[in-house]
Design a binder for this molecule. Structure first.
Ligand code: NAP
Length: 243
């Protein structure tokens, strides 16, 4: 296993099931300090307490709804950490997706505009050429527009493009940018809509993600989603229109 220890982690969207699994895996691997940012204060505090009790780590919690990030941008303090993980996401409701303006704003904010602003804030807080990691949870849904999730997919695709540019900008610097195009992860919400045989558990996802902490650039996780998406991209329109 290729592994460089991460001692401190700043997690946006720390109430996400995947983010929680990543925090637990980080703590098992020796990470000692966590900054957990979420919009749901009570859920975030419960998870913080769990981390403290199980792993004896230092945890700071912060409340932030990304819909408010523009207003809070200047006052929001970015703590100095080894890893910055951006895990927020919102799939939205299939029916509302098509017509509801507020639902569209929620989707674009949780998956793209809010995340971009947070990345900009993080970068502006870093010292020149500092050795930090920014990891962003994206999705295979960004590879193909489908009727059931095209707003989510579009927001994630824009996120990928932004991060890809940032990755190339920092290619010869110490700041590393990693974008993870996740396949189905078996969370409470996903298990209702995704075939089980295509899902991996959040715990397995977290272990795979942390197998090599030096990775950067865009990747599929698990890697076999690269092959699935190659195939999905060439499916005939008549089939895609039903997905
Ligand atoms: N599960 C999958 O199969 C899958 C597949 C591909 C990609 N992903 C991506 O992986 C990441 C984590 O997914 P997950 O399955 O763990 O999802 P999840 O459990 O639904 O978590 C989503 C997180 O985003 C937060 N969030 C949503 N809107 C927000 C807003 N306006 N302001 C602040 N926080 C907001 C949620 O906060 P609350 O707890 O307050 O709702 C929650 O912490 C997401 O980026 C998702 O797109 C997941």
């Amino acid at each position: 296993m290729k592994y460089k220890k991460i001692n401190s982690a700043f997690i946006l969207g720390s109430t996400s099931e995947i983010a929680k699994a990543i925090c637990i895996e980080l703590a098992k691997q020796g990470c000692k300090k966590f900054v957990l940012i979420a919009r749901n204060k009570s859920k975030n505090n419960i998870f913080a307490q769990e981390l403290i009790e199980k792993f004896n780590v230092e945890v700071t919690t912060k409340e932030l709804d990304l819909l408010q990030i523009e207003k809070k941008y200047d006052q929001f303090v970015i703590n100095n950490c080894d890893l910055y993980l951006l895990a927020t996401g919102y799939l939205g409701s299939y029916k509302k997706n098509i017509i509801d303006k507020n639902e569209a704003i929620n989707i674009y904010t949780a998956n793209y505009t809010g995340v971009i602003l947070m990345i900009l804030k993080i970068i502006s807080s870093l010292e020149n050429n500092s050795q930090k990691k920014i990891w962003v949870l994206s999705s295979v849904a960004s590879d193909k527009g489908r009727p059931s999730n095209y707003q989510y997919g579009a927001a994630k695709a824009a996120l990928n493009t932004f991060c890809e540019g940032l990755f190339y900008l920092n290619m010869n610097k110490k700041l590393s940018i990693r974008v993870i195009k996740a396949g189905f992860v078996g969370t409470t919400k996903t298990l209702k809509i995704a075939p089980r045989f295509l899902c991996i558990s959040p715990q397995k996802f977290a272990r795979k993600l942390l197998e090599n902490t030096e990775k950067k650039g865009i990747e599929y996780l698990p890697r076999w989603w690269y092959v699935i998406m190659k195939f999905v991209k060439i499916l005939p329109g008549a089939f895609i229109s039903k997905l």
